[in-house]
Structure formats: structure tokens, C-alpha cells
Design a protein around this ligand. Structure first.
Ligand code: CAA
Length: 282
């Protein structure tokens, strides 16, 4: 019998994580608060798998099998069936704590509770549960099916057994696990998001326009996409939330979010997911 996991949150990251687990033989319960979010997620995953079939990178039978491994559900109590529960909801401490509180009573005693947070302290999340030794950070990158890295973040309370199991699962998914400290932004976002913020400042201070800034980094630093296109892909609200955490917790003014980034988020220009960010996606 294959191992069952639950992914909580069917947004961009949750959908990608669910797809990767299903592609690697796990039975996946995909949970969110509305049927609309779940339908959208399954439709996005189906679209991505269809593209792989069209490119002859996957057979139609394999695609059917993967979709069979994915079960959308509104019922959080079904977390009790899972060996691993992956929280991938909005990047907000209060929302994550609320989800942890709601799901904890249903968890099997041996189940691991992992979070895909990109910057929220795992130690604090773990401390709001009665099983902190089974809480861990498992930070996937966007787009999840493509990107190899998974940052593994141990809370102060995480047991060696939990860590080893999550490390082994990550390898089984074909990803590259890298262990990092439970420090603000962990390692990837400590480096990446200030670079994106600096790119936004460069537009704000008229150093060059959006396309030029992206071209500089693509053709001058060999990045696969420019920092502003990448910000649109990550979500400008997520970039701002991470920048605010770095600023608040590390204190230095060099982490101050660019006012232009704040304005775009206030305007609802969040990037690819809202149809407009530094570029238009209509
Ligand atoms: N889902 C699944 N597959 C996708 C995809 C998606 N959203 N987007 C692209 N792909 C696949 C394509 O199907 C294609 O697959 P094949 O090689 O099998 O044909 C492959 O990726 C390459 O795609 P494209 O040819 O369309 O375009 P590209 O070569 O420009 O690659 C990209 C697109 C993979 C996104 C690349 O530009 C890239 O690596 N960009 C940087 C992404 C990055 O830095 N991500 C980390 C963000 S930080 C983060 O996520 C952490 C956080 O907490 C904020």
C-alpha cells in the first residue's frame, strides 16, 4: 500500500507539492477551504501533466495514475490518515498557527507535521503544538515540479528521527535536500529576496526600466529569468511578506522593503497570479 500524505493549501505551492508527491507514488489528500480552490488546483495540475504527455515525456496511462493518486478534500479530519501533513497555506504566522491548531487533534501519533513556510520561524510554529519534536520545515521552490532544492529547517525541538524521515522523503521525491538554520528567511530567501528588492529599488530610482533590469541579470549574470519576472512568479505579496520579516527580525535598514513593492501589493498587482505585476499576464 502506498504512503498517504495530506497537503493543506491548494494554491501555487500546495498544488506543485501535491503534484510532485503524486508523481512519486504517494497517495495525496489535497485540502483547502473551498471547492473552487481545489477544482482550480486539480485543473492546473492536469494541464501541466497534459503538457508532459504532449511532449511525450509521460504516457497517458502514467498521467491517469498520477491523477488517481490525488484526492481533493474539504475535510481536514482526514489528516488522521496521513503519515505526513504538509502545510502550504498563505505566508502568514496567524493563519499557519490556526491551521496547526485545527489539524493537530486529528493527526496520527507518529505523523510528521511539515510546513512549507518560506520565512516564518519553525521553532515558534512547533511550540504552539503538543508534538514539537514532529514539526519541521520543508521549503519547496517555485515552480515545484521543476526546481530541485528543498530547504530542510529543523526547529529547536525537531527530533533526529523526524529530520531523517523528511530528508529521506525529499531524496525519494528526486529533490536535493539542504539543511539550513531556523534563521529569518532561512538561506535561499535571505539572499534572493533582498536581490529582488534591490531590483525594484532600481526601477523606483529610475536606474533602468523593468525590461532592462531583467535583461541585465539574464544576460549579464546568466539568471534563467530576471529578478522582476521572478518576483511576479513568486508573488509580490509573498516577496513583501518575506522582506518585512527580514527587516523586522534582522533589523538592518538594508532589508527595508522598497516603497514601489509596497504600492504594487496595495494595488493588488501581485504578479502572475493576479494577472498584473511588473509585467501583464492578461
Ligand atoms: N510547472 C511545471 N513545469 C514548469 C513550470 C511550472 N509552473 N514552468 C515551466 N515548467 C517547465 C516547462 O514545462 C519546461 O519543461 P521541459 O523542459 O520538460 O519542456 C521547463 O520547465 C522549462 O520551461 P520553459 O521552457 O517554459 O521556460 P524556461 O526555460 O524559461 O524555464 C523556469 C522556466 C523553470 C521557471 C526558469 O525560468 C527558472 O528556473 N526560473 C527561476 C525560478 C526560480 O528561481 N525559482 C525559485 C523561486 S524562489 C522560491 O520559490 C522560494 C520562495 O520561498 C519565494
Amino acid at each position: 500500500m502506498c504512503v498517504k500524505i495530506m497537503v493543506i493549501g491548494a494554491g501555487q505551492m500546495g498544488s506543485g507539492i501535491a503534484q510532485v508527491f503524486a508523481q512519486n507514488g504517494y497517495q495525496v489528500l489535497l485540502n483547502d477551504i473551498s471547492t473552487e480552490y481545489l477544482d482550480k488546483s486539480i485543473s492546473n495540475i492536469t494541464g501541466r501533466l497534459k503538457k508532459l504527455v504532449e511532449k511525450e515525456k509521460m504516457t497517458a496511462e502514467t498521467m491517469a495514475e498520477i491523477l488517481h493518486h490525488l484526492e481533493p478534500t474539504l475535510d481536514l479530519t482526514r489528516a488522521g490518515e496521513a503519515a505526513l501533513v504538509m502545510e502550504a497555506a498563505t505566508e502568514n504566522m496567524e493563519i499557519k498557527k490556526k491551521i496547526f491548531g485545527k489539524v493537530e487533534p486529528y493527526l496520527a501519533p507518529e505523523a510528521i507535521l511539515a510546513t512549507n513556510t518560506s520565512s516564518i520561524p519553525i521553532t515558534e510554529l512547533a511550540s504552539c503544538t503538543k508534538r514539537p519534536e514532529k514539526v519541521i520545515g520543508m521549503h519547496f521552490m517555485n515552480p515545484v515540479p521543476v526546481m530541485k532544492l528543498v530547504e530542510i529547517i529543523k526547529a529547536l525541538q525537531t527530533s533526529e528521527e523526524t529530520y531523517q524521515m523528511v530528508y529521506d522523503i525529499t531524496v525519494k521525491l528526486g529533490k536535493v535536500p539542504v539543511v539550513v538554520q531556523d534563521s529569518p528567511g532561512f538561506a535561499l530567501n535571505r539572499i534572493l529576496i533582498p536581490m529582488i528588492n534591490e531590483a525594484v529599488y532600481s526601477v523606483y530610482e529610475s536606474v533602468a526600466d523593468v525590461k532592462a533590469i531583467d535583461s541585465v541579470m539574464k544576460f549579464g549574470a546568466n539568471h534563467p529569468m530576471g529578478p522582476l519576472a521572478l518576483a511576479d512568479l513568486i508573488g509580490l505579496d509573498t516577496c513583501l511578506a518575506i522582506m518585512e520579516i527580514l527587516h523586522e527580525q534582522l533589523g538592518d535598514d538594508k532589508y527595508r522593503p522598497c516603497p514601489l513593492l509596497c504600492s504594487y501589493v496595495r494595488a493588488g498587482w501581485l504578479g502572475v497570479k493576479s494577472g498584473r505585476g511588473f509585467y501583464s499576464y492578461q
